[in-house]
Design a binder for this molecule. Structure first.
Ligand code: AMP
Length: 174
């Protein structure tokens, strides 16, 4: 079995969650297995080992599971990008379109120092809307986005189009 096949085996597909028509990629079996967890973090960090990354930004909520592990591998810090109303201090926020309605993502206004090299991490890219809003926030604060990286890419939803001009890496592609 290849490392990629091992990881694929550890992703459970849940039809019609959280709503009809969505096949939810459940990564909890992967997190539970020591080898798969280690491998997933290694493969996420691999493309950036020889590059300069000051800060990893993890997207709520499953970006918080991988982000700090990737940050430690790269000798970088970590900052969370959260859903509206969760952060305790002063924030900057970015609104983005969902299939129905809008959503908003926030970061603390001092999360990024000007000219920091920032890597964005999340578990999954679907339409790319969440990651694109996070990239905008980071740039507004003066950060340079090195890349966005994901454990899983649902390529049929064409999330890369929302991230035009930004480097996108995915460990597993469906
Ligand atoms: P999007 O903004 O459409 O790229 O959605 C990405 C966010 O929604 C990520 O934070 C994912 O964790 C979550 N997400 C979207 N679709 C799925 C799915 N099919 N399975 C698991 N998580 C998903």
């Amino acid at each position: 079995m290849t490392p990629i096949q091992l990881l694929e085996q550890k992703i459970r597909e849940i039809p019609d969650f959280p709503e009809p028509g969505v096949v939810f990629k459940d990564i909890t079996p992967l997190l539970q297995d020591p080898r798969s967890l280690d491998l997933a973090c290694d493969l996420l960090a691999a493309p950036y080992r020889e590059r300069h990354v000051d800060l990893v930004v993890g997207i709520e909520s499953r970006g918080f599971l991988f982000g700090p592990a990737v940050a430690r591998q790269l000798g970088a810090g970590f900052a969370p990008a959260r859903k509206l109303g969760k952060l305790p201090w002063q924030t900057v926020s970015e609104r983005y379109e969902l299939e129905y309605g809008t959503s908003e993502i926030e970061m603390h206004r001092d999360a990024i120092s000007p000219d920091q090299q920032v890597l964005v991490v999340d578990d999954l890219i679907a339409t790319g809307g969440t990651a694109a809003a996070t990239v905008k926030l980071i740039r507004r604060m003066g950060g340079h986005v090195v890349a966005t990286c994901f454990l899983i890419e649902l390529s049929y939803l064409e999330g890369r189009k929302a991230l035009a001009g930004v480097e996108v890496e995915a460990v597993l592609t469906y």
